[in-house]
Design a protein around this ligand. Sequence first.
Ligand code: SF4
Ligand code: SF4
Length: 438
Amino acid sequence: MKLTFKGGIHPYEGKELTMDKDVIEYVPKGDMVYPLSQHIGAPAKAVVKKGDRVLVGQLIAEAGGFVSANIHSSVSGTVKAVEPRLTASGSKVNSIVIENDNQFEKIEYVKNEKPLAELTKEEILEAIKNAGVVGMGGAGFPTNVKLSPKNADEIDYIIVNASECEPYLTSDYRRLLDETDKVIEGLRLALAIFPKAKGIIAVEDNKPKAIQKLKEVLGNDPDIKVNSMKTKYPEGAERQLIYANTGRYINSKMLPADAGCIVHNVDTVYSICEAVRQGKPLIQRLVTVTGDAITEPCNYLVRIGTSFAELIEAAGGFLQDPEKIIAGGPMMGKAIYDLNIPVTKSSSAILCMTKDEVSEYEPSNCIRCGRCVEVCPGRVMPNKLATLAEQGDLEEFQKLNGMECCECGCCSYVCPAKRHLTQTIAGTRKAILANRKK
Ligand code: SF4
Ligand code: SF4
């Protein structure tokens, strides 16, 4: 039986545009922008000022608290400003702006070739922290913090989320195929922190080449197995992924560690390997630039801080005027209206589409077809929740488990009345969370 979860949808995949193309390293030309908040937690604190010369790999902002992350320059050049700049979130964030001198002079990285058994847990965590590694699947949670749960003895699994279930995205797939050894080594380093944890690399079955390559490299490894999961969106959502691979269930009040699991994205485990083995900070990532409005869709190896505008130009520019540009995938990404925003540690894709099907239709009344309930992986009733949200009935919304929604977008996708279900539910969830913080 295929590993999966209840609910979910099968949207057009769009992965054929980029999945079989070689990764291209993009060399940035213009100014680089490094938002001090590009991770969950406290913003980083700038340790450089206007006029300072910096090198590739140099620390330019240090973690501003326990849950925070260091930021490093990905180019050599001169600090031009520390000022608010627009980001993919739609808001301006205090950022370090560096004038790129196009020399790419770098600091020396200190390698660590010790056998795994001789590396201490503290050494591994320190290297990850120093390198500013954060969750690169979108959440941006500092990785050293995630790898330091209170119940380290109770962690049974580290799951590498290689499902890449969002349509169009293929950067994780390319990493798996092109850097298989480093992805596996990153997972081994993470496993070395926990006394009894085993590794799972969870891949959707629409990536047979990646599954085959991982199995070939791992052989009969006693500590790491490769799981082939049913291709279905949102197979890579944390709760659905944990359920599909371990049968364990978590709700919105629990962390994966409460169910004995830690989940990392593919590029994150790759970056753990780079940080510990090469002493290399997180200054580059893979970004899928794609969609039917792009001339040459491809995966790019991009220096953090590069502007979206430069990357689109690198991909041959627009084939046709895009109606919608999204930072991330079509289901959970954010629509953007200005291309002068930087690639951050969690920028997985730029998707440019000639048609915006969502805004083409006006929402109409619910016809009680039940499709939204059928596909909801959060096991809630999106139709009722959206109505309660529209009525402002926050109490009943919570009673009907509205907080269990993971904002996957499946309900909006299938709704024949084109109700803005996800958007409405997500807005109410945010309001409730903000009230709880007060
Ligand atoms: S209610 Fe939330 S979890 Fe359920 S389908 Fe809609 S967006 Fe996804
Ligand atoms: S899918 Fe749309 S029309 Fe059908 S029950 Fe849900 S909200 Fe109503």
